[in-house]
Design a protein around this ligand. Structure first.
Ligand code: T46
Length: 134
């Protein structure tokens, strides 16, 4: 399974670093929503769902975490450890976020507004859904 990790351009100078993200440029879709998670409890696993339409870019802007991706056939683990790296997560992809460091802030750029109907939260349902689409 191929994963797409973006390396964004940091604009560094003697004051520090700055990363700018523009829709259709750095982010490959129109950004309709941004959300982020922080103060994640140690050993917790977030996500555990897939989306039918939503595309996202995940950026661990502080600290680190791991993302487990599963397309129903193959699984892959990606570490997010740099504030200038973004992981593209497509629809039809089961995702789990875990191993959050103490100071982790995971920011997500999303192609759609929040819609609970877009979620598949049952793993067996996800497997049937992707199997049917193949
Ligand atoms: C995803 C991964 C990476 C909202 O009200 N609006 C929102 O935009 C979002 C994302 C969540 N919520 C509410 C719904 C729940 O009551 O916030 C609560 C926590 O959401 P959830 O349990 O879905 O969070 P995660 O961390 O398991 O998953 C989130 C996204 O929901 C999901 O789309 O791909 O991050």
């Amino acid at each position: 399974m191929q994963t797409i990790k973006y390396t964004f351009q940091p604009h560094g100078d003697d004051r520090g670093q700055l990363v700018a993200l523009e829709e259709y440029n750095d982010i490959p879709f129109r950004i309709k929503r941004v959300y982020y998670m922080y103060d994640t409890i140690p050993n917790v696993v977030r996500g555990k769902h897939a989306h039918k339409r939503l595309e996202q870019i995940l950026v661990c802007v502080s600290g680190s975490c791991k993302i487990r991706l599963d397309n129903g056939k193959e699984k892959k683990i990606v570490a997010l450890e740099k504030p200038y790296e973004g992981l593209y997560v497509s629809h039809d992809m089961w995702r789990e976020m875990y191993d959050f460091s103490k100071n982790a802030v995971l920011m997500v750029f999303a192609s759609e507004v929040y819609d609970e109907d877009d979620y598949i939260r049952d793993y067996d349902e996800f497997l049937s859904y992707v199997k049917e689409k193949r």
